[in-house]
Design a protein around this ligand. Structure first.
Ligand code: HEM
Length: 462
C-alpha cells in the first residue's frame, strides 16, 4: 500500500513569532469545554421534561423548548466549532510549516466567535429564535456568523496553500474543503429558506443544510485532524495515502447530495428523495475505506489502545463512526423509515455521531494537548481522565442503545395504530435510562472540567 508521511515541519528562521500560538489552542479549548458543559446541562434539563421532572418549571425564558435549542446550538457552535478551531491552531502550522495568518485575527476570532455564541443563546432564551432546524440563531446574527466563518478561512487557508511538497497530505485537503464549504453551507441553510425558498423547497434546503453542516464542516475537520494526530501519536505513517484520498473525494462528491434523507416520505419530489437514499448508501462504502485505513494503520501498534488515552478516545470514536454509518445505510431505506421516522431512533443516532464520534475525538485531542498548552506537562490526575473516559463512554452507549430500542418500540406501536398515549407510556422506562445515562455523561464532564482546571493551575505555578 502507498504510504505517505506528513509534510516536514519547516520553521522560517527569520521570524521570531511563536510557531504555534498556544494561547489560541488553550482559549478555544477552554471556551469549547465551557459550552460543552453549558449545552449538556441544557440537554439534561430537557431530558427531565419527558419524565414530567423538568427542574425549572414556570420560567418563560427557561422553558423546555428554548432550552432544547440552546442544547443543540451549544454543542454545534460552542463546543464543536471552538474545539476544532483550537485543534487547527495546533495542527495547521505543524502540518504545513507555515504560521497562521495573524495573531490579532486570532484574538478577534476567539472573542468574536464566543460573543456570537453567547448572543445567540441569549437571543434564543428571550424568544428570538429563527424557525430553522440548527439555524435557530436569531436572524439578525446570521450575517455576522458569515463574517466569522470568512475570518476563520482567512486565518488558516493561506498556510494550507503555501504547503511545500509535491502531494498534498490528506488533512490539507480536508481542512481546505471544510474552510471553503462551511460559509457556503451556512449561507444556503440560513438565508435560502428564510428569504427565497419557502415551503417544500425551503424544507429541502434545510435538509441539505443540517446534513452538510455535519458532512462538510464537522466531518472533514474531524477526519483531517485524525489523519494528523493518529500517525503522530502512534508513530507510524497512515497505511494508504491513495485510500485516504478516495475517502476525501468520496465525501466531497456524495455528501452534498444526501440531505433530503431527513425528509423522506415528505412532499419533496421522489427523485430527490431516491437520490438522497442512493448517495447515503454510497457514502457508507466510502466511510468503510477510511475506517479500514485507520485500523490498518493501527496494526502492530494495538497496545496504544490500552496505554494511550488519546488514542483510545480516537479509536473508540472510529468504531462508533463505523456503527453510525452502518446504521445509517439501513435507516435511510424507505422500508426502515416506515417504522423509525420521527421516533427516538433518530435522537439516538444524533448522539452517537455528534458525541460518540466527534465529541470523543475532541476529548482525545484535549487529553493530548491540554497539558502541553497549559505548560503543566502532565495531567493533574490520570486517574480522573480514565474515570471520565469510562463514564462518558458507557453513558453514551446506554443513551444510544436505549433510544434506539425506544425508537423501534414507538415505531411499531404507531404502525399498529395504537393510541399515541400508549407509545408515550411505553417510552417512559427508556427515557429514564436516557436521564440516567445523561447523568453519567454529566459527571464525566465535570470530572474532566475539574482536571483541566487543576492542570492549568499546575501550569501557572511552573
Ligand atoms: C448529558 C448528556 C445529554 C443529554 C441528557 C442530552 C439530551 C438530549 C435531549 C433530551 C434531546 C432532545 C430530544 C428530542 O427532542 O426528542 C437532545 C437532542 C440532541 N442532542 Fe443531546 N443530550 C446530551 C448530550 C449531547 C451531546 C454531548 C451532544 C453532541 C456533542 C448532543 C447532541 C444532540 C443533538 C444533535 C440533538 C438533536 C437530535 C435530533 O433532533 O434528532 N447531545 N439531547
Amino acid at each position: 500500500m502507498s504510504t505517505m508521511s506528513m509534510p516536514s515541519q519547516a520553521i522560517p528562521k527569520d521570524d521570531a513569532r511563536p510557531f504555534v500560538e498556544y494561547a489560541f489552542v488553550k482559549g478555544h479549548f477552554a471556551w469549547g469545554y465551557f459550552w460543552f458543559m453549558f449545552a449538556i446541562i441544557g440537554g439534561f434539563l430537557y431530558a427531565g421534561q419527558f419524565l414530567q421532572a423538568y427542574l425549572l418549571p414556570g420560567i418563560e425564558w427557561l422553558s423546555p423548548g428554548r432550552v432544547r435549542m440552546i442544547h443543540t446550538q451549544g454543542v454545534a457552535y460552542g463546543f464543536i466549532a471552538n474545539c476544532f478551531l483550537g485543534a487547527l491552531y495546533w495542527a495547521v502550522p505543524r502540518l504545513t510549516g507555515q504560521r497562521v495568518t495573524h495573531k490579532y485575527l486570532g484574538y478577534f476570532i476567539l472573542y468574536a466567535w464566543n460573543a456570537l455564541t453567547l448572543i445567540s443563546v441569549v437571543g434564543i432564551l428571550f424568544g428570538e429564535a429563527q424557525a430553522l432546524e440548527w439555524g435557530e440563531n436569531p436572524v439578525w446574527i446570521d450575517p455576522v456568523v458569515l463574517v466569522g466563518l470568512a475570518c476563520a478561512a482567512a486565518q488558516f487557508t493561506p498556510a494550507l496553500w503555501k504547503t511545500k511538497g509535491k502531494l498534498h497530505y490528506v488533512s490539507i485537503w480536508y481542512f481546505s474543503g471544510a474552510l471553503a464549504w462551511t460559509g457556503l453551507v451556512y449561507f444556503m441553510g440560513n438565508f435560502g429558506p428564510e428569504y427565497w425558498a419557502v415551503g417544500t423547497g425551503g424544507a429541502a434546503l434545510t435538509g441539505l443544510y443540517i446534513h452538510d453542516l455535519v458532512g462538510l464542516f464537522v466531518t472533514p475537520i474531524g477526519w483531517g485532524l485524525m489523519y494528523y494526530f493518529v500517525p503522530i501519536l502512534i508513530n507510524k505513517p497512515i497505511w494508504s495515502h491513495k485510500l485516504s484520498l478516495l475517502g476525501f473525494w468520496g465525501l466531497a462528491f456524495f455528501y452534498p447530495l444526501q440531505g433530503i434523507h431527513h425528509f423522506l416520505y415528505s412532499p419533496i419530489p421522489m427523485y430527490a428523495q431516491y437520490g438522497a437514499v442512493v448517495t447515503t448508501i454510497a457514502i457508507e462504502i466510502v466511510v468503510t475505506t477510511v475506517v479500514i485505513n485507520f485500523f490498518a494503520t493501527l496494526r502492530k501498534r494495538e497496545a496504544f489502545m490500552v496505554n494511550s488515552l488519546p488514542v483510545r478516545w480516537f479509536y473508540t470514536g472510529m468504531i462508533l463512526y463505523f456503527i453510525t454509518c452502518l446504521q445509517c445505510s439501513f435507516q435511510v431505506t424507505l422500508t426502515f423509515q416506515k417504522i423509525i421516522h420521527f421516533t427516538d431512533w433518530v435522537v439516538g443516532h444524533a448522539h452517537l455521531v455528534m458525541f460518540g464520534v466527534f465529541g470523543f475525538w475532541i476529548m482525545g485531542m484535549i487529553e493530548y494537548l491540554w497539558p502541553k498548552v497549559t505548560k503543566a506537562g502532565e495531567w493533574y490526575s490520570n486517574h480522573l481522565s480514565h474515570w471520565s473516559y469510562w463514564l462518558m463512554g458507557i453513558g453514551l452507549i446506554i443513551m444510544f442503545s436505549t433510544l434506539t430500542i425506544a425508537g423501534l418500540v414507538q415505531g411499531y406501536l404507531w404502525r399498529d395504530l395504537a393510541v399515541f398515549e400508549a407509545s408515550i407510556s411505553a417510552s417512559v422506562p427508556f427515557w429514564w435510562a436516557r436521564y440516567f445515562s445523561g447523568l453519567m455523561i454529566l459527571i464525566g464532564a465535570f470530572i474532566t472540567a475539574f482536571n483541566m482546571y487543576k492542570t492549568a493551575e499546575m501550569g501557572r505555578a511552573k
